[in-house]
Design a protein around this ligand. Structure first.
Ligand SMILES: Nc1nc2c(ncn2[C@@H]2O[C@H](COP(=O)(O)OP(=O)(O)OP(=O)(O)O)[C@@H](O)[C@H]2O)c(=O)[nH]1
Ligand SMILES: [Zn+2]
Length: 326
C-alpha cells in the first residue's frame, strides 16, 4: 500500500493513506538514499510503501520503501555539519512572496531564491503582496520587476493578502499541487495562508516570534490539505530555502535567460565575465538581459562560498541589512 508523509517527528511518521485516513508509521530497517547523507531517512512529501501492523489495542504502520523523489530541499544539520536534513520533498511549486518596501525585497534576494529553485528543480512563482499599500512609485517599481521576471518566463501574481485581492488566481495555480511559501519575515506569508484558508492557523508566526532559530530540531515541516484541492507544506522556523552546492560553471545555467544564449558564447565554458564574444554580455548591452539579473549573477559567482552555501534567507538578510545601513 502507498501513502504520503504529512508529518514526521523523528521516529514516527504520519502518512495519509490512499483511503484518505491518517496512519502513524515507523520505519523498519535502513533507508539509504543514493548520494545523500541525510540525518532523516524520510521527509514530509515522500511517497512511501507501508504495511499495516495490528497490535491488541492499536493499528500502526511500518514504512517499507520510499518512492523516488522528484525533488527535495535540504538544510545543513544543526549538529552534524556534513550531513543534510531533508526538509521536504516532491514540491510542485514554491511561491516567493515579494514586497517592494515594507519590508524591502531586493532583486539580489529574488535572484538567489530563483537560482536555488532552479537548482532544486522546483517551479518558482513570484507573488507581489501588499498591492493595497502601493503609491505610484511603488507601483512603478513593482510593475518593472514584474516585467523583468515575466519576460524570463517566471509567473508573477499581484495580490493583497489583507484585502483578498488576486487570491482566486493564486488558488488556481495551487490546485492539485503541493506548494510552499517563502519570503522575508513580514512579507505576509501567514496572512496570505490565512486568507487562502481561514480555518488553518499555521504555526509559522508564533515560532518565528519566539526566536526558535537554532532550535530547528524541535520544529517540523508539515503538509496540510486545503479545501480547494491544494496541499501546502509549512516549515515553521525555516524561512529560507535551504542550501545548494553549485559549481561556478553551473550558476549561469540557473538563470534561464543566460542558459538560452550560452550556446552563442565563443567559449563553451564561458563564465560571462571577462571572456570575449560572450552572448550574455552582448544581450546585456542591448538591454535584452536585465542589469539587476547580471549583477546578481556576478554576486553569486564571486561571492564567498558562504553566500550560496548557507541558508539564503540569512545570507540575504544580512546583505540587505548592510545595504540599508550604508
Ligand atoms: N496592507 C497590507 N498588509 C499586509 C498584507 N499582508 C500582510 N500584511 C501585514 O504585514 C505584516 C506581516 O504579515 P505576516 O503575515 O505576519 O508576515 P509573515 O511573512 O508571515 O512574517 P513571518 O512570520 O515573520 O515570517 C502584518 O502586520 C500583516 O497584517 C497586505 O496584503 N496588505
Ligand atoms: Zn558568455
Amino acid at each position: 500500500m502507498t501513502g504520503i508523509v504529512y508529518k514526521s517527528t523523528g521516529s514516527w511518521y504520519t502518512i495519509k493513506t490512499e483511503n484518505g485516513d491518517f496512519l502513524e508509521c515507523r520505519i523498519k530497517g535502513k533507508f539509504r538514499m543514493k548520494g545523500i547523507k541525510s540525518t532523516n531517512p524520510i521527509a514530509v512529501g515522500d511517497v512511501v510503501d507501508y504495511d499495516i501492523e495490528n497490535t491488541s489495542d492499536e493499528t500502526t504502520g511500518v514504512i517499507t520503501a520510499i518512492h523516488e523523489r522528484k525533488n527535495y530541499i535540504v538544510r545543513k544539520s544543526v549538529n552534524l555539519s556534513h550531513q543534510m536534513h531533508i526538509i521536504a520533498s516532491n514540491i510542485d511549486v514554491v511561491f516567493l512572496l515579494v514586497t517592494i518596501n515594507n519590508p524591502p525585497t531586493t532583486t539580489s534576494f529574488i535572484d538567489r531564491f530563483l537560482v536555488t529553485a532552479e537548482a532544486y528543480g522546483i517551479e518558482a512563482v513570484i507573488v507581489f503582496n501588499k498591492i493595497d499599500t502601493f503609491d505610484e512609485a511603488t507601483l512603478d517599481e513593482q510593475l518593472y520587476l514584474q516585467h523583468v521576471y515575466s519576460s524570463i518566463g517566471y509567473k508573477c501574481l499581484r495580490v493583497s493578502a489583507k484585502d483578498a485581492k488576486g487570491i482566486e488566481e493564486l488558488k488556481a495555480l495551487m490546485k492539485d499541487k503541493v506548494s510552499m511559501f517563502s519570503g522575508h519575515s513580514g512579507v505576509g506569508k501567514s496572512t496570505l495562508v490565512n486568507t487562502l484558508e481561514p480555518s488553518l492557523n499555521l504555526k509559522t508566526k508564533q515560532i518565528s516570534e519566539s526566536h526558535a532559530q537554532g532550535k530547528h530540531t524541535t520544529t517540523f515541516a508539515e503538509m496540510f490539505d486545503l479545501s480547494f484541492g491544494a496541499k501546502i507544506i509549512d516549515t515553521p522556523g525555516i524561512r529560507g530555502f535551504g542550501i545548494v552546492d553549485m559549481d561556478k560553471q553551473e550558476i549561469g545555467d540557473y538563470f534561464p535567460e543566460f542558459f538560452a544564449l550560452k550556446d552563442q558564447c565563443k567559449f563553451n565554458n564561458c563564465l560571462h565575465k571577462d571572456e570575449p564574444h560572450c552572448a550574455i554580455k552582448k544581450a546585456l548591452e542591448k538591454d535584452e538581459i536585465s542589469w539587476s539579473r547580471y549583477k546578481s549573477y556576478i554576486q553569486i559567482l564571486e561571492g564567498d562560498e558562504e553566500h550560496y552555501r548557507s541558508d539564503i534567507y540569512d545570507a540575504e538578510r544580512r546583505a540587505s541589512d548592510e545595504t540599508r545601513k550604508s
